[in-house]
Design a protein. Structure first.
Ligand SMILES: C[S@@+](CC[C@H](N)C(=O)[O-])C[C@H]1O[C@@H](n2cnc3c(N)ncnc32)[C@H](O)[C@@H]1O
Length: 316
C-alpha cells in the first residue's frame, strides 16, 4: 500500500533535497543563505556519528541540507552559495540538488535504520528484534514522518542527559515539549516508571505517532499527549508544576519560550534543553538565566548541545 508520504507525486509537486558540505565554523553562513528558499533545514554532522563529548571542532565536516516541494532555481541557489562563501572565508562549496520525489524514503530509511545504543537505551525499529530482557531499556520506535528516531545528536544528547539525571533523583511529573515520535517521553517513562508524562507537539502527525509509539511500548497509561504549540495551554498550566521539562526544539523557540518554561517548572524542577548548536549556548543560557534558571550540566555531540538547567547554581 502506498502511503501519502511516499512522495511519488505527479502533480508538479515533488521533493528536492538541497545540500552543501562545509566545515562546522562556516555552516551558519550557508544555513542563513539557503534558508529563505527552503522549507525545512538542518545542519548535521558528516559522517553521522561521533558520540563523545567535546570532540567537535570548527573544522568538523557538516552537511547543511534542506528540502523544498517545488523544483528549486539552481542558479539562484548557486549565487546564494557564492555570496555566503565570501564571509565564511572559503571557496564556494559544491551545491547538491537531488530530486527525491520518486523515493519511498520512509521505507528505505526504515530498512537501513540500525538499532541504536545510547547508554542503557536500546532503540530499534519494527524490523529488528528487541534485545534479550536484562538491564537494557528498550525503546521500540520506527523511523517516521515525525522527528525522533534516536539517530540525531540532539535526541541522543537528551537521552544521555536523562540517564545522568536518573542517577541522582526521581521525577513525578514530566513534560516533553516538542515530542516528535515521543522518543524522549518514552525514555523518561522507562527511567521513571511511576512518573506521569505529558507529551506535547504542535504537529498532529507527531502527536499521532507518539500515541502509537506509547502503545507499541506498553506505556500508554503513563504518557498523555497534547496537540499544542508551547506551554500556554490550560492543561499544561493548570496541571501540576513539572519537576522535569524536556524540550528538544531549536534555539530561537527555546529563547522565546524561556519565560513560559519557568512558569510551569516546579521550584525544585530541572529542564533538559536541546536543539541548539554549541555556538548558540550563550544566547539560550542568557534567556534562561533571566528567568532564574542556571546551567547544571551539558552534553555536546557533533556540534549540538544539550543543557540541563535548574533554579540552583551549577551542581556539576
Ligand atoms: C527536533 S524535534 C524533537 C523530537 C523529539 N523530542 C526528539 O528529541 O527526537 C522538535 C519537535 O518539536 C515540535 N515543535 C516545534 N516547535 C514547537 C512548539 N512551539 N510547541 C510544540 N512543539 C513544537 C516539532 O513539531 C518537532 O516534532
Amino acid at each position: 500500500m502506498s502511503s501519502s508520504r511516499d512522495l511519488g507525486c505527479d502533480d508538479g509537486h515533488g521533493l528536492w533535497r538541497v545540500a552543501v558540505e562545509v566545515p562546522a565554523a562556516a555552516a551558519g553562513f550557508f544555513e542563513d543563505a539557503l534558508s529563505p528558499y527552503l522549507e525545512t533545514m538542518a545542519v548535521m554532522e558528516l559522517p553521522a556519528g561521533d558520540v563523545t563529548e567535546m570532540v567537535f571542532t570548527s573544522h568538523t565536516p557538516m552537511i547543511v541540507e534542506g528540502f523544498v516541494q517545488h523544483k528549486p532555481d539552481a542558479e539562484l541557489l548557486r549565487r546564494c552559495i557564492r555570496e555566503a562563501a565570501d564571509p565564511a572565508g572559503m571557496p564556494p562549496p559544491e551545491l547538491t540538488i537531488e530530486d527525491q520525489s520518486r523515493r519511498d524514503w520512509l521505507r528505505e530509511n526504515r530498512a537501513s535504520f540500525p538499532a541504536i545504543d545510547i547508554g542503557r537505551f536500546y532503540i530499534h525499529g519494527s524490523h529488528l528484534q528487541p534485545p534479550p530482557a536484562g538491564s537494557r531499556l528498550n525503546l521500540h520506535v520506527d523511523a517516521a514522518v515525525a522527528f525522533g528516531s534516536g539517530s540525531h545528536a540532539t535526541t541522543a544528547g537528551c537521552l544521555r542527559a536523562l540517564q545522568a539525571l536518573a542517577k541522582k533523583r526521581r521525577y513525578k511529573h514530566i513534560l516533553d515539549m516538542g515530542t516528535g515520535t515521543g522518543i524522549l517521553a518514552l525514555g523518561a517513562s522507562k527511567l521513571w516508571p511511576s512518573a506521569a508524562v505529558l507529551a506535547v507537539d504542535n504537529d498532529s502527525a507527531s502527536v499521532d505517532m507518539t500515541r502509537s509509539n506509547a502503545d507499541q511500548n506498553q506505556l500508554r497509561s503513563r504518557i498523555t499527549t497534547l496537540l499544542h504549540a508551547g506551554y500556554r495551554h490550560p492543561r499544561i498550566r493548570s496541571g501540576p508544576p513539572y519537576d522535569l521539562v524536556i524540550a528538544n526544539i531549536l534555539a530561537a523557540p527555546l529563547v522565546r519560550m524561556a519565560a513560559d518554561l519557568a512558569t510551569v517548572l516546579a521550584p525544585h524542577g530541572q529542564a533538559v534543553l536541546s536543539g541548539l548548536l554549541s555556538h548558540q549556548e550563550t544566547a539560550v543560557l542568557a534567556a534562561h538565566r533571566a528567568q532564574g534558571l542556571y546551567p547544571q550540566g551539558r552534553f555536546r555531540q557533533s556540534g549540538w548541545s544539550t543543557l540541563i538547567l535548574g533554579r540552583g547554581r551549577s551542581r556539576q
